[in-house]
Design a protein around this ligand. Structure first.
Ligand SMILES: NC(=O)c1ccc[n+]([C@@H]2O[C@H](COP(=O)([O-])OP(=O)(O)OC[C@H]3O[C@@H](n4cnc5c(N)ncnc54)[C@H](O)[C@@H]3O)[C@@H](O)[C@H]2O)c1
Length: 260
C-alpha cells in the first residue's frame, strides 16, 4: 500500500459531534467525507444539519445528520443505537462539540462551570466510553478530540485590548483536561487497537473585531488566523492508517502560536 493510500478512509464510519458547526465542525466533516468516510454529523441543530447533509450527499459524499445533546447522556446512548442500526460501528470518533455560556472571569459562576463540566467533561467521557465499545470489540478505532491552543497555554489578555471580547476561564480548564484525558485513553486502550489523539487549533477567523484580528496576526508566527482548510489535513491524518503509530499526541494546528 502506497503512502497516499493510507490516507484513504473508504469504508470507514466517522461520527463528528458538532459536525455541522459553521467553523471547525463542518470543515472536519468535509475533510473526512472527502477522504471517503461515511460521516455522521451529530449536534442539536438538526434542521440545519439535515440541510447540510443533503447538500453534501447531492455533491456525492456520504454525509448524514443525527441529533445529539452532549449535556445529556441519554441522548448519547440513543445516538449510538441509531448510528449502529443505520450506519454501522463507528471507526472514527471526533469530539468537536463544545458547550459554554461565555463570559470572562467576572461573569462566570459556579453554575456556568457546572454546565460546562456537564457538556465538556461528562459529555466527552460518555461519548468516548459509549462509542469505544464497538471499537474495542473490533480492535480498531481512532478518537480525535478537538482541544485548543488554550488547552496548552493561557489566553494572552493583550489580544483583547480595544474589544469587548471575553476570555472564558472554564474553556481553558476543560481544553487542558481534554488533552490529558486523551493521553489516558491512548495509554489504557492502545494494546486493544484504539488510538486517541488531540488536535489543538488556534483561533478561527470569524469576523472578530478588527483590533483582535490585528493583535492575533501580529503575535502569530504564520501571521494569520485559521480558515476552513487549515484543520482538514490534521483530521484525515489522525483518522487514517497514515498515523497508525501515533497515539496520545497533541497535534498543534496553530500557526506556531505555542512555539513562542
Ligand atoms: N473557533 C475557534 O477559534 C476554535 C479554536 C480552537 C479550538 N476550537 C474548538 O473547535 C471545536 C469546534 O468549535 P468551533 O468554534 O469551530 O464551532 P463550530 O462552528 O464547530 O460549532 C460548534 C458545534 O457544537 C455544537 N454544540 C453546541 N452545544 C452542543 C450540545 N449540547 N450537544 C451537541 N452539540 C452541541 C453546535 O451545534 C455546533 O455544531 C470546539 O471543540 C472548540 O473548542 C475552536
Amino acid at each position: 500500500m502506497g503512502i497516499l493510500d493510507k490516507f484513504n478512509l473508504d469504508g470507514r464510519i466517522a461520527l463528528v459531534s458538532g459536525g455541522a458547526g459553521p467553523l471547525f465542525g463542518s470543515s472536519i466533516t468535509a475533510a473526512l467525507a472527502e477522504a471517503g468516510a461515511t460521516v455522521i454529523m451529530a449536534s442539536r441543530n438538526t434542521e440545519r444539519n439535515q440541510a447540510l447533509a443533503a447538500d453534501m450527499r447531492a455533491a456525492g459524499q456520504q454525509v448524514h445528520a443525527e441529533p445529539l445533546d452532549i449535556t445529556d447522556t441519554a441522548s448519547i446512548d440513543a445516538l449510538r443505537h441509531t448510528v449502529e442500526e443505520r450506519y454501522g460501528v463507528v471507526d472514527i470518533l471526533v469530539n468537536s462539540a463544545v458547550v459554554g455560556r461565555g463570559g470572562g472571569f467576572e461573569e462566570q459562576t459556579p453554575e456556568t462551570w457546572a454546565w460546562s463540566a456537564q457538556g465538556n467533561m461528562v459529555g466527552l467521557f460518555a461519548m468516548c466510553k459509549t462509542f469505544m465499545t464497538g471499537m474495542l470489540t473490533r480492535q480498531r478505532g481512532s478518537i480525535i478530540n478537538i482541544s485548543s491552543i488554550y488547552g496548552v497555554v493561557a489566553n494572552d489578555p493583550t489580544l483583547y485590548l480595544g474589544t469587548d471580547m471575553k476570555q472564558p476561564p472554564d474553556y481553558t480548564f476543560v481544553k487542558a483536561g481534554m488533552i490529558n484525558f486523551t493521553r489516558y485513553l491512548a495509554n489504557y486502550h492502545g494494546k486493544q487497537g484504539v488510538r486517541a489523539n488531540c488536535i489543538c487549533p488556534g483561533g478561527y477567523y470569524a469576523d472578530q473585531p478588527r483590533p483582535f484580528v490585528e493583535q492575533y496576526e501580529q503575535r502569530c508566527p504564520i501571521g494569520r488566523m485559521l480558515d476552513d482548510e487549515d484543520i482538514k489535513g490534521a483530521v484525515v491524518f489522525l483518522a487514517s492508517d497514515a498515523s497508525a503509530y501515533v497515539t496520545g499526541a497533541c497535534l498543534m494546528v496553530d500557526g506556531g502560536w505555542t512555539a513562542l
